[in-house]
Design a protein around this ligand. Structure first.
Ligand code: ATP
Ligand code: MG
Length: 249
């Protein structure tokens, strides 16, 4: 479970996040949508302390931190419990698929090489990459690289999986296979918070849609509520711009 409360963040005196609060429950996929420059990436980065928010609270399962007072130990705990998949593939270029997934298990989780390999293979199997263990990132497709990234994040047994536009660099076909993988992840019970421009995905797969604009959550609800019956004028305008008027759920 992830809960954030009143997260604020400014860069150079300019407030980018103006007090963001929401929850993502176990097994839930929450899609974070909103115009470019709204602070979606900044928010994900603040949740796993790649960036330090100015104030607010972050709770992941039973770990709760006040970001202002967070000590190194608290930050490490939060990092350990959140997995992140980025927009562009961030696999190690000089390591094989198997090594990419095993690495964190050895370095962070202190597993033996053999244990790490077993866990890595199990996770790679789940994303359909067991036949590519000894290939290097440059030898597999973008969609496959993203699936390895997901396996790598999942191998660490995160309490929440954060994803920042994991399919935006992919063509529709590859994008589909990655989205199917994400769906499977959530079925294992791990909550997923995903920033996405894939409106079809948000509509069909997410349980909750959070519409963010100018550093604030304008509205959140089920896909039906947000896409078909938005309450706020700003949500209506955004939805009208991004989706054909006549779709059905
Ligand atoms: N390290 C930084 N220093 C200064 N300004 C920053 C920094 N990171 C982000 N910003 C600013 O914060 C604002 C929000 O950026 P962010 O990347 O979070 O938006 P986004 O919603 O993810 O947009 P997109 O949909 O285009 O990815 C932008 O105006 C950006 O310039
Ligand atoms: Mg972004």
């Amino acid at each position: 479970m992830l809960e954030i409360k009143d997260i604020k963040k400014a860069f150079d005196g300019k407030e980018i996040l103006k007090g963001i609060s929401f929850k993502v429950h176990d097994g839930e996929i929450a899609a974070l949508i909103g115009p470019s420059g709204t602070g979606k990436t900044t928010l994900l980065r603040c949740i796993n302390f790649l960036e330090r928010a100015d104030s607010g609270n972050i709770t992941i399962d039973d770990i709760s931190v006040d970001v202002k007072q967070a000590k190194k130990k608290d930050i490490l705990e939060i990092c350990r419990h959140s997995g992140m998949v980025f927009q562009s593939y961030n696999l190690f270029r000089n390591k094989t698929v198997l090594e990419n997934v095993a690495e964190g298990l050895i370095v962070v989780k202190k597993k033996t090489g053999k244990e790490a390999e077993e866990i890595a293979k199990r996770e790679l199997d789940k994303v359909g990459m067991l036949n590519h263990l000894s290939q290097y990132p440059s030898q597999i497709s973008g969609g496959q690289q993203q699936r390895v990234s997901i396996a790598r994040a999942m191998a660490m047994e995160p309490s929440i999986l954060l994803m920042d536009e994991p399919t935006s660099a992919l063509d529709p076909e590859l994008s589909k296979e990655v989205l199917a993988t994400i769906r499977k992840v959530a079925e294992q019970g791990v909550p997923v918070l995903i920033v996405t421009h894939e409106i079809d995905f948000a509509r069909e797969v997410s349980h909750k849609v959070i519409f963010m604009e100018n550093g604030l959550v304008v509205e959140e609800g089920t896909p039906r509520e947000i896409f078909l019956e938005p309450k706020e004028e700003r949500t209506k305008q955004f939805i009208a711009k991004i989706s054909p008027a006549d779709y059905q759920i």
